[in-house]
Design a protein around this ligand. Structure first.
Ligand SMILES: C=C(O[C@@H]1C=C(C(=O)O)C=C[C@H]1O)C(=O)O
Length: 165
């Protein structure tokens, strides 16, 4: 039996969660501007990816594909962080008055989004090649991510969602 097609609202939810995750890049960038911490934290990324791979398997998602999706979210967020730091260097911006605490205030927000993103991916699992899903993806990417994010960021964030067949 053929499974029912995916709903547009599933695509909308996924992209909204991706946007919410990208929106956290700005507070991350402010925190690192003050602390001078590097934008790239490969150790933190590895911890997230191992957790994501284990959770993915339980949801019936391909672990390697899910790792790639999350790595793409990291890379997209780092484009946002680098763009902000570049702008602040040009402006010779002073440190921020009330920077968020990366470990205590910012990373917990990202960690809370992870299970929601995985659930959204699980709902769309096996549906990526449906023409309606690809059409909804293109439309909602422009609407949800396009309002705030540059094409390079959007392309990176949605790279794994194209039909692979
Ligand atoms: C968001 C951060 O910056 C980068 C992006 C990460 C992410 O998107 O989860 C994780 C580690 C860093 O390489 C962070 O340091 O927490």
């Amino acid at each position: 039996t053929t499974p029912p097609p995916a709903a547009r609202s599933d695509v909308e939810q996924l992209l909204s969660l991706q946007k919410t995750r990208l929106d956290v890049a700005a507070p991350v960038a402010r925190s690192k501007w003050n602390s001078h911490a590097p934008i790239d934290d490969p150790a933190r990324e590895a911890v997230i990816l191992d957790d994501v791979a284990a959770r993915a398997q339980k949801l019936g998602l391909d672990a390697a594909w899910t790792r790639r999706f999350f790595q793409d979210q990291f890379e997209a967020g780092k484009i946002v962080q680098r763009d902000l730091h570049r702008q602040w260097r040009v402006e010779q911006r002073a440190p921020f008055a009330n920077p968020p605490d990366l470990a205590l205030q910012v990373r917990p927000v990202l960690d809370r989004l992870t299970p929601d993103l995985l659930a959204a991916l699980a709902r769309l699992n096996g549906h990526w090649c449906e023409p309606a899903v690809q059409r909804d993806l293109a439309e909602l990417d422009a609407e949800i991510l396009g309002a705030d994010y540059a094409p390079a960021v959007r392309e990176r964030a949605t790279e794994a969602l194209r039909c692979q067949r």
